[in-house]
Design a protein around this ligand. Structure first.
Ligand code: F6R
Length: 330
């Protein structure tokens, strides 16, 4: 898994060379990404990275498309690394029935078969990764698709620069004596709590999922400023849990100044209740670099935490058992 995590910059770079089929260029007001788990997160990251565009990017995790997904208006991106995730295939069927413009991203499976059969533009990414280990491919393919659809520009350059930047910080993020080792050590036998500015919620979702899947550990996340209006009051009970929690606030140079101030006051208010706290600021020039910096940090943290927990970071036995049980029932 460490090698897979380390391959993120190469994935982003290689993804710029993916073969992108023609995608209908339309007057899209929204992009809906349909997917689950490690495939869905690419949609969330795209929304947070491309936050200055005049269309919305939304990820739907589940079986049903919202009523507002309409032809001409919506580009539907169907993403499943395996190509066999039932919720994702259900969304795809609905998108086909509604006549939406569709693009598919997968390494194979039924999603590839259906796309070929129905003539859906298909982007094939390499197989052999666990889906959560293919974020560079999944995000990269999506960004390239949105550029081809006329919605984004400068994607290749941004991804190449991000890949180069990540390589330059690999040692400090993921090496021995790194920030990720330090945080994994603090999270060990504790409840990790990750707070992020709301415009970077994808980063917290990724930290949580990676800690769950790789380290087999619970993690709690929330966003600022919203948590200042409810959760801040709850950081007290159950005392046994809260006093064993370690809080990490993630921030960015573009974070709203009032949110930065809120982080400071929140720290003072919860200091007595939790075991410890850290604040980590993103690094990098572009927003893509800064978001991937924080994501990659969390990926490394989850790997080292798996080692502390003596868990195999590659294994996802309960997810696999659940998929098997459901597919046996048909
Ligand atoms: C496994 C993982 C899972 C899967 C999810 C959906 O590494 O991250 O969250 O991504 O079960 O499967 P796919 O991605 O194949 O559609």
């Amino acid at each position: 898994m460490l090698d897979i995590i380390r391959s993120l910059p190469e994935q982003l770079k290689e993804a710029t060379r993916l073969e992108i089929p023609d995608i209908p260029v339309g007057n899209y007001r929204r992009v809906i990404v349909g997917g689950m788990g490690g495939s869905a997160i690419g949609g969330d990251v795209a929304r947070d990275v491309f936050n200055d565009v005049d269309f919305s990017i939304e990820t739907i995790r589940g079986y049903d498309l919202p009523a507002y997904a309409k032809p001409n208006d919506t580009l539907f991106v169907s993403v499943s690394y395996s190509g066999n995730t039932e919720e994702t295939l259900s969304l795809l069927n609905q998108a086909l029935e509604r006549g939406l413009s569709i693009v598919a991203i997968t390494s194979g499976g039924k999603l590839a078969d259906i796309s070929r059969e129905k003539g859906i533009p298909l982007i094939t990414i390499p197989s052999g990764y666990p889906p959560r280990g293919a974020l560079g491919w999944l995000f990269g393919a999506m960004a390239m698709a949105l550029e081809k659809a006329g919605l984004l520009e400068g994607v290749v350059d941004a991804m190449e620069r991000t890949a180069g930047f990540l390589k330059s910080v690999e040692g400090e993020l993921g090496g021995k004596e790194s920030l990720s080792m330090d945080l994994a050590n603090k999270f060990y036998r504790r409840l990790p709590i990750v707070y992020v500015p709301a415009d970077m919620v994808s980063v917290a979702l990724r930290w949580q999922a990676q800690i769950n899947e790789n380290a087999k550990q619970l993690a709690h996340i929330n966003v600022l400023p919203e948590m200042n209006h409810n959760e801040i009051n709850g950081i007290k009970h159950p005392v046994d849990v809260v006093e064993r929690s370690w809080v990490v606030f993630l921030k960015d140079r573009d974070t709203h100044p009032r949110i930065l101030r809120r982080i400071e006051i929140t720290r003072q208010l919860i200091e007595e209740s939790v075991m410890g706290m850290d604040v980590v600021e993103s690094m990098g020039e572009s927003r893509m670099e800064r978001i991937f910096y924080l994501i990659w940090l969390g990926d490394f943290v989850s790997f080292y935490l798996a080692l502390y927990n003596q868990e195999d970071p590659m294994a996802i036995p309960r997810i696999s058992s659940l998929k098997d049980a459901l597919s046996r029932e048909g």
